[in-house]
Design a protein around this ligand. Structure first.
Ligand code: FES
Ligand SMILES: [Fe+2]
Length: 338
């Protein structure tokens, strides 16, 4: 059986299930409750007294009030409306207005498994509540001593799929970013090919590598990742290419939480030199480049990608869209939702 176009689109709009998604930079979450819209849910997050992050659906099991307006009590939160207390696993542990009522002891609030990795909060969003999470494997560069990275987080007013399309399109570097500090070199024409790798594929220029934005890699390791490298100009200081690792999470109303880890293979004093240079010179330039993407994507009409005439350079994003569709469709079928 296959899912109807509407059901499939509704699912793709809110994102895939049974996987991990980055939702916020880690330092955005404190002991005060924070409410966010991600992946079709409103979610409240806070840190308990041991600094662990708790994530619950921001919906009181009594009458749906936002728990985030309530009071944190270590690993519990008390709803402001009638005081129902929900613990970190989503159980209503106390109903002060009516002790012993049937809500007491019910696990009626969805809780999300949390991992704090590489400076970000990842949530596991399952098809059905209380599902055991799968393993989350990060690209090795994010947890390797040989690399150094900065997490750069932003929110864009465009569908997350446009952001994946944008990064799975190396050729836009040569045009949209031609006047930037790092993408003026190389040919303005290219032939692309797709190379299979474990859990993903590489979309790359035939015959040009290490000159401009020449390839993008997609991998699904329990989360979705895009990876690319752009050579640094001499003014970028010592170390390897400028590596960007991205993951993009749907928010609400077509907005996207954009995560880019900017990484470089660099160690010893050179690592310190790069980190200093990044903060003082390079970060500003990188943001200028990213602004060009943001301005373009935010001005896209919803559904503009329903009328396209694609050519060979779009093979990578066609492949990625197909992967996302097939994965979503399989999840809907497996869950008996179609
Ligand atoms: S709505 Fe939360 S306690 Fe009543
Ligand atoms: Fe770009």
């Amino acid at each position: 059986m296959t899912a109807s176009a509407d059901i499939l689109e509704n699912r793709l709009r809110v994102g895939h299930r049974n996987m991990w998604h980055p939702v916020l930079p880690a330092h955005f979450v404190t002991s005060s409750p924070r409410s966010i819209f991600r992946l079709g849910f409103r979610i409240v997050l806070w840190r308990d007294e041991e600094n662990r992050v708790i994530a619950l659906e921001d919906h009181c099991p009594h009458r749906g009030a936002p728990l985030s307006q309530g009071t944190v009590m270590d690993d519990k939160i008390a709803c402001p409306y009638h005081g129902v207390q929900v613990d970190g696993t989503g159980v209503a542990v106390s109903v002060p207005g009516s002790p012993g009522c049937r809500l007491e002891g019910m696990r009626a609030t969805r809780s999300f498994p949390v991992q704090e990795r590489a400076g970000a909060i990842f949530l596991f969003v399952s098809e059905k509540p209380n599902t055991e999470p799968s393993e989350l494997i990060l690209p090795s560069e994010l947890e390797s001593d040989e690399y150094s990275h900065f997490l750069c987080y932003t929110e864009w007013g465009g569908d997350y799929r446009y952001v994946y399309d944008n990064v799975m399109d190396p050729m836009h570097g040569t045009f949209l970013h031609h006047h930037s500090h790092s993408m003026a070199e190389g040919s303005t024409q290219a032939n692309f090919k797709v190379r299979e790798i474990d859990n993903g594929f590489v979309f790359e220029k035939d015959g040009q590598r290490g000159v401009n934005f020449d390839w993008t890699e997609f991998v699904d390791t329990g989360a979705h990742w895009l990876k690319l490298e752009i050579p640094y100009p001499k003014t970028g200081g010592p170390g390897g290419n400028f590596m960007i690792i991205g993951s993009y999470t749907p928010m609400q109303d077509g907005w996207t939480a954009v995560f880019h880890w900017r990484a470089r293979k660099v160690s010893g004093w050179q690592r310190d030199a790069w980190r200093f240079l990044y903060k003082n010179r390079l970060e500003y330039r990188h943001w200028q480049v990213l602004e060009q993407d943001r301005v373009l994507i935010e001005d896209y009409q919803p559904g503009a990608n329903l009328r396209e005439i694609l050519y060979q350079h779009d093979m990578g994003l066609v492949r990625l869209r197909r992967y996302f569709k097939q994965k979503a469709e399989k999840q809907l079928v497996d869950a008996g939702l179609v």
